[in-house]
Design a protein around this ligand. Sequence first.
Ligand SMILES: [Zn+2]
Length: 107
Amino acid sequence: MLKVDQEWIDRVDAQRAGFRETVERWDAADLPPCPSCDSHDTARVSAGLVGRSIHLAAATTKIRLLPNGHPADYYCNQCKSYFNGPDGGQVKDMGQGRHAQIGEPLT
Ligand SMILES: [Zn+2]
């Protein structure tokens, strides 16, 4: 889903050739739905906060940028969890402190 209007894209496209096509390609990307809530409002996880990717992430909900780390391949914008694609393994629950670590005393 686009988060910006065409005027915004025009402005960036004027500075970065091909930006519009890149945004449209990303925005039309067919991403796997969230395994937790079945939402199709999901994003591809991309590491690094540099130039073009920042503009891309600002333009479409289909990209989730992380400054560092790569918890999983995809991110659900609805339930805010990371997950891997159907062929990529298991859902990774990023909830904080809800799961005891191995070896941690249970209270
Ligand atoms: Zn979800």
